[in-house]
Design a protein around this ligand. Structure first.
Ligand code: NDP
Length: 256
């Protein structure tokens, strides 16, 4: 299918939950055609039913799945893509560097860094087509600072952030904006549960007493704002935190 000049198209990765699902909802409300990507087919199907997005099931740590995604984008959007939201990612473990598991670090680099690399490489030709497009990277405030027990995640998010910065330099002169959102504490259903290996009490403790952590819709709002600026406006980096979190180690907690 080829697109007319006014159709805006987006691929959102990590769309089966949290920030990715909220971004799909928001971009659909803004009139984008959206291809939602993740591994869990049932969740994507429910999102499609709700929002009218299209879906593609893929493990983005597998090159063959990313190659298949490129073909789907070619078929569905006529090879002309307005936005790629590289949101799939996550944290696994809270170990010290000394005690960290190599497998956890590997998973974090795979999904945060290398998946973003694979998908960006695969879709850049489609983003260059037509009037140009946007590569958005969902990093984190963990990309800007170190904290104890966060070594693998902060290292991966720093790498993801530097990839965005490098890409922006390399694409200078091309009609492609490179945008980065670095959220602080966002209360999503699965992020902290995945980090703690499914320990609900430890996951809840992350947000204990914090008045109004960000929610997925807050971050989706930032994404939508960045993507809908006039094309000559490149929001390089947007750092967004809840009011209660002045810095990574400076979180105001009320008695609970
Ligand atoms: P979630 O755990 O809810 O979402 C992660 C998404 O990534 C899921 O949809 C998951 O879907 C997808 N995903 C994971 N692995 C793969 C894979 N191999 N292939 C394809 N998709 C995959 O987390 P959030 O919504 O909270 O976080 C989204 C992004 O925002 C992440 O990059 C995270 O690092 C970042 N972030 C989150 C913050 C927070 O406090 N929550 C703060 C700052 C940044 P599925 O399992 O179906 O594949």
């Amino acid at each position: 299918m080829s697109q007319d000049a006014t159709t805006r198209t987006a691929v959102v990765t990590g769309a089966s939950s949290g920030i990715g699902a909220a971004t799909v909802r928001r971009l659909r409300a803004e009139g984008f055609e959206v291809l939602a990507v993740a591994r869990r087919a049932d969740r994507l199907a429910a999102l499609a039913e709700e929002t009218g997005c299209s879906t593609h099931v893929a493990d983005l740590t597998a090159q063959a799945d990313v190659d298949a995604l490129r073909e789907v984008v070619r078929e569905r959007f006529g090879g002309d893509l307005t936005a790629l939201v590289n949101n799939a990612g996550g944290a696994f473990g809270t170990d010290t560097v000394e005690g960290g598991k190599v497998e956890d670090w590997q998973r974090m680099f795979d999904v945060n860094v290398l998946a973003t690399l694979r998908v960006t490489q695969a879709l850049l030709p489609a983003l260059r087509a037509g009037t140009g497009g946007d590569v958005l990277v969902m990093s984190s405030t963990a990309a800007r600072i170190a904290y104890e027990g966060g070594g693998g995640y902060t290292a991966a998010k720093h790498a993801e952030s530097v990839m965005a910065e490098t890409l922006r330099l390399e694409l200078a002169g091309d009609p492609v904006r490179v945008l980065e959102v670095a959220p602080g504490m966002v209360r999503t259903e699965e992020f902290s549960l995945n980090r703690t290996g499914g320990d609900a009490a430890r996951a809840d403790a992350v947000y204990a007493g914090v008045r109004e952590p960000l929610v997925a819709e807050d971050v989706a709002d930032c994404v939508a704002w960045m993507l809908t600026r006039p094309r000559h406006v490149n929001v390089d980096l947007l750092v967004v935190r809840p009011l209660a979190q002045a810095a990574q180690h400076k979180v105001v907690r009320e008695q609970v």
